[in-house]
Ligand binder design. Structure first.
Ligand SMILES: Cc1cc2nc3c(=O)[nH]c(=O)nc-3n(C[C@H](O)[C@H](O)[C@H](O)COP(=O)(O)OP(=O)(O)OC[C@H]3O[C@@H](n4cnc5c(N)ncnc54)[C@H](O)[C@@H]3O)c2cc1C
Length: 237
């Protein structure tokens, strides 16, 4: 059991098409390791419902942030209907996902809302200048739906230790990044030795399943890969 905290809703920030970020006050005494998650409980028309969310914020950020698909579910609609200043309950931190002890290079395979733990970890590394090599392969649908894309591009242009590859499966004509799904072939074009990194894969089941095939094509040993399944998303993510 993790402790419960009453937190204050601070507001909503649209993040990409159909995806938004919700912020909550950080309770005193609450600390977490980037990669961990928490549960949020809301009183909905179906009663009290709790769901898990990875921290999208880094530990030094002033607020707790969750980023999610605005699916139209009762829970998400209740979240959208919150007013700034409302009190809600979270419980955490939970989970063991994160940069393994002693790792010097970490890679992420992410797409859509599955970016949240990667965002927390990368933000922490960049803001605190941590000595970690980072690669992020990030798949999205089109230019309008790349959560945190501008922030990642800024980090990549300032930090040679961050390899950032974003790829779209419905790119417009002006797109200069990669196109198509993340593949082993794409990763090998950017990294000479993918096996030298510890890999983190997080997201809804369809994304994690697709990335398991990439991990297999890269012939990565199982101990080199950590997974976080966003159980609760349906087969369409
Ligand atoms: C460790 C962990 C970490 C997680 N981290 C995150 C995170 O960072 N961000 C995140 O978004 N989720 C995260 N999740 C998943 C999260 O807990 C929810 O299960 C998820 O957001 C889906 O909730 P929902 O209310 O949208 O869908 P649910 O109501 O639970 O429905 C399941 C599916 O049905 C669809 N659906 C539901 N209602 C409607 C409707 N009215 N119309 C159309 N479609 C509908 C939804 O799109 C969803 O795919 C995490 C889960 C775990 C276990």
């Amino acid at each position: 059991m993790t402790p419960d905290y009453d937190v204050t809703y601070l507001g909503f920030w649209p993040c990409a098409e159909g995806i938004g970020s919700f912020r909550f006050s950080r309770p005193s005494g609450y600390s977490f390791t980037p990669g961990q998650f928490f549960s949020l409980s809301l009183e909905t028309e179906d009663g009290l419902v709790s769901k898990f969310f990875s921290h999208a914020d880094a530990p030094d950020d002033p607020a707790i942030e969750l980023t999610t698909r605005l699916s139209g579910s009762v829970f998400k609609n209740t979240l959208l209907a919150l007013s700034v200043g409302d009190a809600v309950r979270i419980s955490g931190p939970k989970g063991r996902l994160g940069v393994p002890e002693g790792a010097s290079a970490v890679g992420f395979l992410a797409g859509g809302v599955g970016i949240t733990p990667a965002h927390s970890i990368i933000r922490d590394v960049m803001h605190n200048d941590k000595p970690l090599e980072v690669a992020l392969f990030y798949g999205n649908r089109d230019e309008g739906c790349i959560p945190y894309g501008a922030e990642f591009r800024k980090y990549a242009s300032a930090n040679p230790r961050f390899v950032y590859v974003d790829t779209l499966d419905h790119a417009g004509p002006a797109w200069t990044g990669e196109s198509g799904f993340i593949s082993a072939e794409m990763i090998r074009r950017y990294l000479s030795d993918p096996g030298a990194l510890h890999w983190i894969v997080a997201g809804p089941p369809p994304m994690v399943d697709a990335m398991k095939r990439v991990v297999s094509d890269l012939e990565l040993p199982p101990e080199r890969v950590s997974y976080e399944l966003f159980a609760g998303y349906g087969p369409n993510g």
